[in-house]
Design a protein around this ligand. Structure first.
Ligand code: NDP
Length: 281
């Protein structure tokens, strides 16, 4: 079977997208394989051009390519422009079109995990990188009542705020000072807290927020899915908060990408099972 789809990253070996997408292709009897491509940043332009020339159907982009790809595809959808990043590409008669499904994937993940939408929630996002941007833009799109952003490097959070205000002029975005006290105060105000930093990828990473700050009325979502329970989720759960990890966001961004490539509804249960198996392997 020909490889007609794939994920481009650097590094890329950790990606679970091949297992999830190939399970969906097999279920839908689509005769194509989905590969992993280790592409350094200076080769991204050529890789995208070649994939178009070779008749690929589509691609996903992961770290560190999402932002750079915005200027390398021929057109972009509104989600990609708002997030300032592309995570899904369609190749169509040699032309490349860029999309971002991370935000909608996140929104569906919250609905599924916590049985409620983002509308009218007070949200605290930790991080100002690619994932945080897609999440913050989606929070505004879905009508949160207040969006607080905390980032280790405050300048990056300010830059993200400026970019979002270009799309949502009167958006209620507050940048939280990078001090522990300011972070604790914003946790007290938030309904939903999202970790979109890489803190927690290593199981010995100390959590950015400690147990004492959480209560049983908090919803806490960690975009990290490996390990399946970060210290942040453990601390939050111990305080009685509702918690979920990033596997559901990965699933729903992948399902949306599948639909963009094939114009078919994604076989969600098949993709979820494949992901769970791959994540626990
Ligand atoms: P980026 O490299 O773009 O951003 C990394 C973020 O983590 C920045 O905000 C950075 O802050 C922060 N950070 C890194 N180290 C530290 C530290 N020691 N202390 C505090 N903050 C730190 O990465 P992405 O946005 O692509 O990924 C972020 C996370 O989201 C990752 O854990 C990734 O696994 C997850 N993710 C999950 C997805 C899913 O589908 N579930 C999809 C995409 C990402 P600073 O600006 O100060 O450097």
């Amino acid at each position: 079977m020909p490889i007609r789809f794939g994920v481009l990253g650097h590094p890329v070996a950790h990606s679970l997208s091949p297992q999830m997408q190939e399970a969906a292709f097999a279920h839908e009897k689509i005769s194509a394989r989905y590969g992993r491509f280790e592409i350094p940043p200076d080769e991204l332009r050529d890789a995208l051009r070649l994939m178009g020339e070779l008749g690929f159907g589509g691609a996903n982009l992961t770290v560190p390519h999402k932002v750079a790809a915005l200027d390398l595809v021929e057109s972009t959808d509104a989600n990609a422009r708002r997030a300032g990043a592309v995570n899904t590409v369609i190749f169509d008669n040699g032309k490349s079109r860029g999309f971002n499904t991370d935000g909608t994937g996140f929104s569906r993940a919250i609905a599924e995990e916590f049985d409620r939408g983002l509308r009218d929630l007070q949200v605290l996002v930790l991080g100002a990188g690619g994932a945080a941007r897609a999440i913050a833009a989606q929070c505004l799109e879905d009508g949160v009542s207040h969006l607080a952003v905390w980032n280790r490097t405050a300048a990056r959070a300010l830059e993200m705020r400026a970019q979002l205000l270009g799309y949502y002029e009167t958006a209620p975005i507050e940048i939280i000072e990078s001090t522990p006290d300011a972070l604790s105060a914003s946790v007290a105000r938030a309904d939903l807290i999202i970790n979109a930093t890489s803190v927690g990828l290593r199981s010995d990473d100390p959590p950015l927020i400690s147990r004492a700050a959480f209560t049983n009325r908090h919803f806490v979502y960690d975009t990290i899915y490996r390990p399946s329970r970060t210290r942040l989720l453990e601390e939050a759960a111990a305080a009685g908060a509702a918690t979920a990890n990033g596997l559901s966001m990965l699933l729903h961004q992948g399902a949306a990408a599948f639909t963009l490539w094939t114009s078919r509804p994604a076989p969600l249960d098949v993709m979820r099972d494949a992901l769970r198996r791959a994540a626990s392997a």
